[in-house]
Each structure stands twice: as C-alpha cells, then as structure tokens.
Design a protein around this ligand. Structure first.
Ligand code: KIV
Length: 290
C-alpha cells in the first residue's frame, strides 16, 4: 500500500512538476472511493453548507459540522492527506480559540491539516497555528466565507491592483508557514504569476491550468447537485441521473409487486417450516373455536 501523502509530499510534488489532485469529501464511503482512486488531498470543505446542507452559502457552517464530517472522511482515507476547513469567522477569534478550533479538527476529526480563508490579514494566525504544529493551507481569491462582503461569487484579481494584492497575500501566507494555498476564481494569468513566485504549491479552482494542482467540489463534478454550477466546474459523471432513474425504477417495482423478488426474500428453512405449519394449524383451531 502506498504511504500517506504529507505536506512534505505536496511540496516535493511542486518541485518535481507533478500535479496535485484534490477533491472535497464529506462522508466515509466517498472518502474511501476517492482515496482508492488516487486523490492526493481530500478537503472537508465548508462547501458542505451548500452541497450537503442545501444552503445558499457557506456562512452557516459551524465548527461542529466540520468536525462531524471530518471524522467520517478521516476513517475512509488511508492514503490522501485530509484537510478540514476552519469555518466562517473562526480565524478572527481570540488566538487561543483559533488554536482550540484547529485542534478539534485534528484531534476529534482526525484531519492532518486545516485550511483557512484570507490573505495578509490572517498571516499572523497562520504563523501561530504553524508554530503550534498545525499544518495550514491558505485560501485566497474568491473566499466564499466573505461572499456577502464581496457582493457575490465573483472572479477576483481582474485589475492590476487587486492582482498585486493577491500576490502580496500569497507571499505573506507562504512566509507565515502555510504549506499550500488554494487560489479560487482568478484569471489564469494571475494564478500562474503567483504560482511561479511561490515555493509552496498552489491548488486552483477556477484559476486556470498554471496552478500546481486542482480542486473541485465532489457534488459539482459528479453531477450530484441541482443548484448553481460554477462555470469552472467540469462534470465527470451524472450521478443525479443515475440516482433519479434507480429511484424511479424502485418506486415502479414496489407498486407492481416486483420488489422484493425471491432473491431478496427470506423463507423458513425446512425444519422451521414443519414447526411453523403445526403452529398455524393450532392457531386456526383456536380461532375457529371462538
Ligand atoms: O469549501 C470548499 O469546498 C473549498 C473549495 C472550493 C476549495 O473551500
């Protein structure tokens, strides 16, 4: 069996030009399948607030929610690095509370690293977490937890000013000790420019092919969602169709009495049958005598 991917593996992959494949996962069977498929990183993202809980953003996701899902993903992943999201506002709490929150994701959830959204302003928090022995993945560009401040799920870094702020943030996160940075929804030119200037890997989502790796949200890429699908997503399967068709067939078979058939039915063994038939006869006599 291949050994566990570590933060060191990812940095070495960048050095050797090997691309990193990351996906979100929120439960045990999915984590197991993705792990078997060779994913390097499984992210228990707070995107779960949208694709699992059906919310319109990630703001309502709590630390308890992420700990809960991380536990099941960690049980399923024996090879991939499991990274868990610090939810909305967590990085802005008192330092001891940030450490406690990240600690819960690792101790109770079993994650090997945490991810937090934000640039230069969260670099001091990243530094403290790293100093405490907690590997941190940064996340800049479109940071969904700030969707209400940004005014929607918009591409970031279109102007020279905002692109240079993204670069400054990326460098501050690297300098603070982050082991990788997610670059979300920014022009490919900007993401590539940032990637070339960092010695830690960048993982893009809607940030073009020049990043050191890519991440997609499981439900979006597997066609397992009926909500908003971002433009950068690519559908690799149509699970919604598979599930809908299977469920329709089940409804029809139950209605027609086709399910359960003989293979799904438990019957009495011959020795049990004799006793059962005797009991039924006795029961019929009792009922007849009433
Ligand atoms: O929460 C999430 O799934 C994420 C990815 C989109 C990177 O942050």
């Amino acid at each position: 069996m291949e050994s566990r991917v570590t933060v060191r593996t990812l940095i070495d992959m960048k050095k050797s030009g090997q691309k990193i494949a990351m996906m979100t996962a929120y439960d045990h069977p999915t984590a197991q399948l993705l792990d078997e498929a060779g994913l390097h990183v499984l992210l228990v993202g707070d995107s779960l607030g949208m694709v699992v809980q059906g919310g319109s953003d990630t703001v309502g996701v709590t630390l308890d929610h992420v700990v809960y899902h991380t536990r099941w993903v960690s049980r399923g992943a024996t090879h991939a690095l499991v990274v868990a999201d610090l939810p909305f506002l967590t990085a802005h709490l008192e330092r001891v509370d940030v450490l406690r929150a990240a600690g819960r994701l690792m101790q109770e959830g079993g994650a090997q690293a945490v991810k937090l959204e934000g640039g230069t302003e969260v670099a001091p928090v990243v530094r403290e977490l790293v100093q405490a022995g907690i590997p941190v993945m940064g996340h800049i560009g479109l940071t969904p937890q700030s969707v209400h401040a940004i005014g929607g799920f918009r591409v970031q870094g279109r102007t020279v000013d905002s692109a240079s702020r993204l670069l400054t943030s990326a460098m501050a996160l690297e300098e603070a000790g982050a082991f990788a940075i997610v670059l979300e929804m920014m022009p490919a030119e900007v993401a590539e420019f940032i990637t070339e200037r960092l010695s830690i890997p960048t993982i893009g989502i809607g940030a073009g092919p020049g990043c050191d790796g890519q991440v997609l949200v499981f439900h979006d890429m597997m066609g397992f969602t009926s909500g908003y699908i971002p433009r950068h997503n690519k559908r690799y399967a149509d699970l919604a169709d598979v599930i809908r068709n299977a469920a329709r067939t089940y409804v029809q078979e139950v209605a027609a009495g086709v399910f359960p058939g003989e293979p799904q039915t438990v019957r009495l063994r011959p020795n049990e049958r004799a006793a059962w038939e005797n009991w039924c006869s006795a029961q019929a006599e009792t009922e007849g005598g009433k």
